[in-house]
Design a protein around this ligand. Sequence first.
Ligand code: BGC
Length: 733
Amino acid sequence: MARYSLALLAAAALVRAEPYCPVKRDEPTGTGAWAAAYSSAAAAVARLSQQDKINIVTGVGWDKGPCVGNTSPVSSIGYPQLCLQDGPLGIRFGTGITAFTPGVQAASTWDVELIRQRGQYLGAEARGCGIHVLLGPVAGALGKIPHGGRNWEGFGSDPYLAGIAMAETIEGIQSQGVQACAKHYIVNEQEVNRETMSSNVDDRTMHEIYLWPFADAVHSNVASFMCSYNKINGTWACESDSAQNGLLKKELGFRGYILSDWNAQHTTVGSANSGMDMTMPGSDYHGNNRLWGPLLNNAVNAGQVPRQRLDDMVTRILAAWYLLGQDKGYPPINIRANVAGNHKENTRAVARDGTVLLRNEGKILPLASPRRIALVGSAAVVNPRGMNACPDRGCNEGALGMGWGSGSVNYPYFVAPYDALRERAQRDGSQISLHASDSTNGVQGVVQGADVAIVCITANSGEGYITVEGHPGDRNHLDPWHNGNQLVQAVAAANKNTIVVVHSTGPIILETILNTPGVRAVVWAGLPSNENGNALVDVLYGLTNPSGKLVYTIAKRPEDYGVSIVRGNDDFREGIFVDYRWFDQNKIEPRFEFGFGLSYTNYSYSALAITSNVRAGPATGQTIPGGPADLWETVATVTAQVTNTGGVAGAEVAQLYLSFPSSAPSTPPRQLRGFAKLKLQPGQSGTATFNLRKRDLAYWDTGRQQWVVPTGRFVVSVGASSRDIRLTGNIDV
Ligand code: BGC
């Protein structure tokens, strides 16, 4: 019993020990931090020549500076060569850094303290390397298509959860004086044809699903946005007046700047006048074809781009720089600085607490000192060619910790399942035998007679500039790679205590595995970065009680998702019914629903209490960063008691879902609108408190072009997942 509480206490102490100074979330536009930054920026802009201004908005060209993106310094105002560097889980190409867990794993913890700490550490490392702009976090792809190659860079398929994680991460990064960059804006949901396709999305879906987490980013005063590769309703994202000027700058009151994804810009004048503020990297990948630089200068001189627009671009960029205090004593650029400190503790905690237990038949877990352990799978060991053998992690050899692409980093070290299990076995005096291959040949001899057989399988994906084993970024299918199903079948045929460990960038279809007799446990280990093996041992041996919950639905069949990678344009026909919203609306039973996860203990829910002063009608407040101010005000509070009724300590993620009254136009049966993670000793009760903001009870009224709280009865559902509802109540409006 003590094993659990010690681990949990250690984690709590770790979180509390870290001071942070969050940027205030609800500062009205024009006051506070941005106002001061804007006046400094205006004073600086007045001293700049037109050439200085062009230099500030134009990247110096691909591969021409220390970072993946660089602009020119302007010495007259003490402005440095700006360094923009990937990415969302750490410092790409860094050598003295931490390989943080991918966003999807952080979200799976549902632990805002760990998510925020991850952001703070990311910011601290970026600052230590002299990086001004860290290119993350990611809310697009949101993950509407389970095959989507880059879903793992973001925070799961629910906009509310992604929004909270965006806010915590951005505030964490920016608390260290580093500019965060919310990307990829917007509706960039797949890799195949990402640079040619149009995402055709209706206004309501845009607001309620895709824009939602980006609104959180703006509300957290994010310094910059990255416009994406795709077209939006027929217009390139970086040329989209409605997405950039309309939604982002006007409606959401975004005061920072928009930079292009690398070569996502298509015209000189169109991008400038539609709201893009900085071009990256400033040339194509061969060093040619600068669309700004001298061409923007000509366009300004010819009156095609107003001078005020150029000034606005520069003001926004400088204001962000002042906002983060980067004008004073910022460290010099050194991507190879040693900045890791003790940050791997966050990686391990997130890897561990983001692990989701899906099946535990006959309580085979936690392991009770097995004497003979068999470990199977190529993913049980570090890539034999070297942990960083594949550039940008573009292969699926050995243990999996992150997907591939610009959102990856070099691992500073790697603890694979075998490394950690062997150490544990040695300590316990147990025997461990290894079959480090995905071939079924000879595997039965290894697992026969062992007390448990642990099989590691994977599914991987990444960014489309690398194709791995025929997968062009996006996955071609939702099966485990390397014939994982057959491997599990072969193992379980010879050992009736088989434990399947899945490392994956997103959902896989588990039916074959679950229907295989002898598969007693399934551990969804997700993407644990280089703490892979340590986190697994923590969970398998009960050093921690698993507390992760799924941040996407695991379906019974790929067709059940109702979406797949498209070859032409994507018409987003599913509309607002993304992930669990689709399954609920269409009455499709998932295998494991959104929000699901088992524990080694049990929790009961009681005493739902609701207070509300919400009133029907539109949000009409003054625009602050994030939209009308009243959208962000708490209008109802829901509390519930959660009690640990089992014999071991643990942590439960209580979730709140809202069902809208019928006066609102067709709305998903349930939408996540709150969650709270409670750490509870055996017998202990805690209070889950959910503060509902006006936006949480509003839908986007396309006729009025406003967020509107409908009249009627909202049903409040509180429970352990999106389908395991324990308590219900009402809010009458
Ligand atoms: C990716 C961005 C990344 C940029 C710079 C692009 O291919 O889409 O996420 O920040 O490259 O590496």
